[in-house]
Ligand binder design. Structure first.
Ligand code: PGA
Length: 252
């Protein structure tokens, strides 16, 4: 069983000083290390302050919410993997549905981001998930499989050891509607078998598959009870230290 991974995706929330206050508050609520890798992903502007507030050997790792595939250059507004590494980021969310929907991200560019992350020692968290229209048309599996094939193209078994895949049905994000744990577990199983087909069975057994979409302290145990699900990508419920602490305590 891969070690569980729990990621708080703050999206466009919290200034640098609010990030520091969150970390101090969370440390007071959770004093020992949980039996899981815990990541917070603040906006770029709060990464440095968050790094300093976390301190050198924290049980919380830092993640970014996006990355550009080039190392440097004329890409106004973008941030590269080496820039994130220098701030001690270890993870980066790639291909989130909000990036796909609002900023036109395509699988082709998402795959370049995955490769650039790996090249520079960041662990990418590749997000996949179907829209409501795709679900209603019975195209959930084909939509997710296409995103996986695009995002993971050219990756090796060794690469996959550093990759996590987050299954986030778009209709469940920020809506208070969840996939049922059975649905989410079934899709996680399907994702694992797609990784086995496309890459290798070794890659499939080691890759961490997360569920995301309205995860909270009350429902975390239901998702984690599914053996195919190795963790969670949490949006709204990761913004409040009390809520996030209650989720993290599942692994204490
Ligand atoms: P949510 O967001 O938990 O607020 O639904 C999850 C995500 O978008 O990663």
């Amino acid at each position: 069983m891969p070690r569980p991974l729990i990621v708080g995706n703050w999206k466009m929330n919290k200034t640098a000083s609010e990030a520091v206050a969150f970390i101090r508050d969370l440390y007071e609520r959770v004093s020992a290390s949980p039996h899981a890798d815990v990541v917070i992903a603040p906006p770029f502007t709060a990464l440095e302050s968050a790094r300093n507030a976390l301190g050198p050997s924290s049980w919380i790792s830092l993640g970014a919410q996006d990355v550009h595939w080039e190392t440097y250059g004329a890409f106004t507004g973008e941030v590269s993997a080496p820039m994130l590494r220098e701030l001690d980021c270890r993870y980066v969310i790639v291909g989130h549905s909000e990036r796909r929907t609002f900023f036109g991200e395509r699988d082709e560019n998402i795959q370049k981001k995955v490769l650039a992350s790996l090249r520079h020692g960041l662990s990418p968290i590749l997000c996949v998930g179907e829209s409501l229209a795709e679900r209603e048309a019975g195209r959930t599996e084909s939509a997710v499989t296409a995103q996986l094939s695009g995002g993971l193209a050219g990756l090796t078994t060794q690469d996959l050891a550093a990759v996590a895949i987050a299954y986030e049905p778009i209709w469940a994000i920020g809506t208070g509607r969840n996939a049922t744990p059975d649905d989410a577990g079934g899709m996680a199983e399907k994702i694992r078998s797609t990784v086995a087909d496309r890459i290798s069975s070794e890659a499939a057994s080691g890759v961490r598959i997360l569920y995301g979409g309205s995860v909270n302290a009350a429902n975390i145990k239901d998702f984690m009870a599914k053996s195919e699900i190795d963790g969670a990508l949490v949006g709204g419920a990761s913004l409040d230290p009390d809520n996030f602490a209650s989720i993290v305590r599942y692994w204490m």
